[in-house]
Each structure stands twice: as C-alpha cells, then as structure tokens.
Design a protein around this ligand. Structure first.
Ligand code: VGL
Ligand code: ZN
Length: 201
C-alpha cells in the first residue's frame, strides 16, 4: 500500500509506553527505527498521543482499593484500570525522544475524565468520535497502515474501527509491541482478522 490515498497512523509511541515508563510495553522502543523509516515514505502521517487528565477514570489510583489491571464496570462497559500514565503535560505523555514528530497531524485522545479512548476514531463508548475519520476522508485517504503501541489495545481498537469505517486497513505487527494482559494479544488478533484487518509482519 502506498500512493496518495494512503496514510500511516502511528499509535501512542510515548515515554510511558516505553521501557522505564509508567505503563511500559516490553520492547516498545525497539520499533522506533522502522516506524521512523515508514514515516519517511508515507504520503500522509498521523501520530496519536494518549492524553489523560490526572483524575482520569481509567487510572486505578482514582478508584480507592482497586488494583491496577483489574476491571470495573463503567456506564459504557467494562474498563481495565491502568497505572496512571500519559498525564497531560508530563514527560511520560511526551513522544519518545527518538520518534520523528514531523507528522501531518497529532491527534490527542483520552482527554475526557469519565471515558477512556483506546481507538483513534471513537472513545470507548464506541460512539463519541475523535474526528480522525473526517480528517482522513477530507484528505481523500482510503488506505491505512497502523504501527505503534500497544498492539492489543490502542492499535487493535483503532484498526478494527478503521476497517468498520470502510478504510482498507493493515497492521504491521513487527512495528508494534503488545501488553498481552490475560490473553489480550490472541483476542485482539482474532478480532482484527474478523473485522477484515490485514496482519502483516
Ligand atoms: C493504551 C492502555 C491504556 C495503549 C493506552 O496505547 O494501548 N493502553 N491507554
Ligand atoms: Zn491511556
């Protein structure tokens, strides 16, 4: 996939998702050389940035007695509770210093206290739009390649939504790393394939 109708979407390559970060994904920084090279070739590039207020409802510390990586019921469904991460304006929320940031668009998500947003297209209620689909459509984009962190959460949810929205969608698994919480990686792969997402090395 290349050409003018193609965009590269780089998901959440931020300090908190890399080794040493608050929600570190194993090997998260290993993907940087390949991601940077892909950005050089892609005609349209988008970076997403997980961007939470300190009182965000997805943080375990904001639910007294709740353990990180446990689940709670939110009005929009089950929500995993995470260690506090990617708090707006902190170093953890910054992009990894080795990531190219000369993208066309930087899209922030997860900035509403009461709702998480794994997908770059819809918040976790699957209804509240981020505006990314409109941006891409207005630019004539029909094909998307996804890379970044984490494969089994924000990359997968974004790619599944993209396919459902009608974009021809692929994920380059070698340019992603996963959290793999309780089988989440196998489940995400199966859901991506069922949604018509192409999984490539
Ligand atoms: C992510 C958990 C919480 C991700 C973001 O980028 O995959 N995962 N927030
Ligand atoms: Zn988050």
């Amino acid at each position: 996939m290349a050409g003018p109708h193609h965009a590269l979407i780089v998901i959440d390559i931020q300090n908190d998702f890399c080794p040493g970060g608050a929600l570190a994904v194993a090997g998260g920084d290993e993907i940087l050389p390949r991601v940077n090279a892909l950005m050089t070739e892609a005609p349209v590039t988008v970076l997403t940035q997980d961007w939470h207020p300190a009182d965000h409802a997805s943080f375990a510390e904001n639910h007294p007695g709740a353990a990180p990586f446990s689940q709670i019921a939110m009005p929009y469904g089950a929500q995993t509770l995470w260690p506090a991460h990617c708090v707006q304006g902190t170093r953890g929320a910054d992009f990894h210093p080795a990531l190219r940031t000369d993208a066309d668009l930087i899209l922030r998500k997860g900035f509403r206290r009461a709702i998480d947003s794994y997908s770059a297209f819809f918040e976790n209620d699957h209804t509240t739009a981020t505006g990314l689909a409109g941006y891409l459509r207005e630019r004539g984009i029909t094909e998307l390649t996804f890379v970044g962190l984490a494969l089994d959460f924000c990359v997968a949810w974004s790619a599944i939504d993209a396919a459902k929205l009608g974009f021809r969608t692929r994920v380059l698994e070698g340019a992603c790393r996963a959290i793999d919480l309780n089988g989440s990686l196998d489940a995400a792969r199966a859901q991506m394939l069922a949604a018509g997402v192409g999984l490539e090395p």
